[in-house]
Design a protein around this ligand. Structure first.
Ligand code: ATP
Ligand code: MG
Length: 582
């Protein structure tokens, strides 16, 4: 069993210490994001901590985001805090309402609730702009009019300090006038840029007067053409956190070198009375790297655009919409997230850990059903034609309280073709001439042999049944057989499309060794079969999850299923078929 006790971790230690010290106890909060002047009129913040999940609405969420979502929302839940859903939409070019909607769906699906704390960073553009003017007036920012090439050339390297821009000594009044002209649309893109005035000789390149506002004549999905200057991400993000009264701003490790700027900027804005104190603190953790998938947005887009998969919600993609169609569960993701925990150093998690978490939850929750995925006929010669009866099959072997269901039994059945062998190999206990097996939850049958067509292909297997061997009737246990196979009565079966999904990539690290990752796709990641299912599965509702006995966990596809005509997707097999040594 997976231990889903919440293990402690370094982020919890920081929060515990902050709460013990009362670090954030005195925060004022008006109930809405805003600068210090507005929060000052507010009451104390009743949320112990505030975290946020800040996706940029420029793509579909993937398994890596699930880790971040479970972490941020999970901490808020555990500590009696709040977690904000914030769309970090400061970049005018790549964002889209379609992504906003899909992100909302995905976070809800994972089971989290942000109450009324749903925000758009672009709603703060005016405050961000005003703060930039305050920084200019205080001598903390200047307009640089070098070309891009000149700026790059004077930035220095990891070992050499940078050089001051010739425009660095502009007076605040001149900077302010230029910045206002930038905002008024008087200059084309790239002609001027607003930079923080920090230290061109800093050992941290991010502190060498980083750009904070650029000219960009572009239409924004939320603010339209109101703005032609846009804040840089590194400037916008700390401000968003401060305006929203975030206490712990949790992000991935690549932002570690940005933390000094995060702190510098908010300290200046606090001095200037722009933002509320105590200030939020940035905490970095290692991003999720998973074997057998790719999580980079660029690679996911390539897979979709080049049609290696059937769209963003393809069940093989590591997107959350894909996982949902695959039959994965929110509980499985939350369990996974608890299991892998958080750390400060990069590591790889094997995809089997996620699959096991899904399997465990599905095992507990999915009723058992019968499906023959590779159907061949079994004819019971001594069972009267036209006769039929019911057999009782348990809905879950470990949960008798779930009861049993009746399944029809008759003369012609579907069985898996691999459950018959003319000449059995060693250790094969299923149907072969002369052998007896139990038809699971039904009768014991004795195999007579097979019928073949002109080409030698088996068209039907024949057997006789033992009338007093019916499961559940007195004395039926006295038959000792080694084979126990599943079946579906042919006359009642529901013939159905079933998609047998498997890992999208055939290797642990797609694209490793310089090869194109596309070359590592698993050619058998989607196999479509026409299966024969027990009759009642015809009534499965979209997203019903079941275990097909002996096969794995399946879900009625939420897109392609029709009432009375569901199609099924395989979520995971019963056991890890990729485990080493198999
Ligand atoms: P990009 O920066 O290329 O746009 P992204 O995957 O970082 O892609 P964001 O929308 O910025 O996309 O991510 C939102 C949040 O999800 C961020 O806080 C980010 O740190 C977190 N996140 C993204 N990928 C992972 C990952 N693999 N593991 C953990 N957290 C992740
Ligand atoms: Mg990002």
């Amino acid at each position: 069993m997976v231990d889903i006790e919440k293990p402690s971790n370094f982020i919890r230690h920081i929060i515990d210490a902050d709460l013990r010290a009362g670090k954030y106890a005195s925060r004022l909060w008006s109930g809405r994001p805003g600068p210090a002047a507005q929060q000052g009129a507010g009451a104390g913040d009743t949320a112990t901590i505030r975290t946020r999940f800040p996706p940029e609405p420029n793509g579909y969420l993937h398994f890596g985001h699930a880790k971040s979502i479970c972490l941020n929302f999970g901490l808020a839940l555990d500590y009696g805090g709040a977690c904000h859903l914030r769309f970090d939409d400061t970049n005018p070019e790549k964002e889209d309402q379609e992504y906003v909607d899909s992100i909302i769906d995905a976070v809800r699906w994972l089971g989290f609730d942000w109450q009324d704390n749903q925000y758009f960073a672009s709603d703060y553009f005016q405050w961000m702009y005003d703060f930039a003017e305050r920084l200019i007036e205080a001598g903390h920012a200047y307009v640089d009019s070098q070309t891009g090439d000149e700026m790059r050339a004077s930035r220095g390297t990891l070992t050499d300090p940078g050089r001051n821009s010739p425009f660095r000594s502009r007076a605040p009044a001149e900077n302010l006038a230029l910045f206002r002209a930038m905002r008024a649309g008087e200059f084309p893109d790239g002609t001027h840029i607003l930079r923080a005035k920090i230290d061109m000789s800093s050992g941290n390149i991010n502190m060498r007067d980083p750009p904070i506002y650029r000219i960009r004549h572009a239409t924004h999905h939320n603010t339209g053409d109101v703005w032609c200057v846009y804040p840089m991400y590194t400037y916008a993000h700390p401000i968003e956190d401060a305006l929203e009264n975030i206490t712990h701003s949790i992000c991935t490790l690549e932002f570690e070198d940005q933390r000094p700027f995060y702190d510098w900027l908010l300290a200046r804005l606090a001095e200037l009375g722009c933002v509320n104190t105590p200030l939020p603190q940035q905490i970095e953790f290692a991003r999720l790297n998973l074997s057998y998938v790719v999580l980079s947005k660029r690679k996911l887009i390539q897979l979709v655009e080049e049609k290696h998969v059937d769209g963003w919600d393809d069940p093989r993609l590591p997107t959350l919409v894909g996982a949902r169609r695959r039959g994965f569960t929110p509980e499985g993701f939350r369990r996974f997230s608890e299991m892998i925990g958080v750390s400060k150093s990069d590591s790889w998690i094997d995809i089997s850990v996620l699959e096991d978490c899904q399997r465990e939850h599905l095992n507990e929750t999915a009723p058992r059903r019968t499906a023959v995925l590779d159907p061949g006929k079994l004819i019971i010669d001594n069972y009267p034609e036209g006769q039929e009866e019911q057999c009782l099959a348990p809905n879950h072997p470990q949960k008798p309280e779930w009861g049993k269901r009746a399944v029809a039994f008759s003369r012609e059945l579907w069985i898996e073709r691999e459950d018959f062998m003319e000449a059995p190999s060693k250790g094969y206990f299923r149907l072969f001439p002369g052998n007896t097996v139990r038809l699971r939850y039904g009768f014991v049958v004795k195999c007579a042999g097979a019928e073949r067509d002109a080409d030698g292909n088996i068209t039907a297997v024949h057997c006789d049944y033992l009338p007093d061997s019916k499961s559940g009737t007195p004395g039926s246990d006295s038959y000792k057989v080694k084979g126990n196979i599943h079946w579906v009565a042919a006359r009642h079966a529901y013939a159905c499309e079933v998609r047998l999904y498997d890992r999208l990539f055939a290797v642990e690290a797609p694209g490793e060794g310089g090869l194109d990752f596309i070359g590592d796709l698993n050619p058998r990641s989607k196999v479509v079969v026409t299966a024969q299912l027990e009759a009642a599965l015809k009534d499965a509702a979209a997203e019903d999850r079941v275990q097909f006995e002996r096969h794995g966990y399946f879900v009625a596809d939420r897109i392609d299923s029709r009432p009375g005509a569901p199609v099924f997707n395989r979520a995971v097999t019963l056991k890890d078929s990729w485990a080493k040594g198999k």
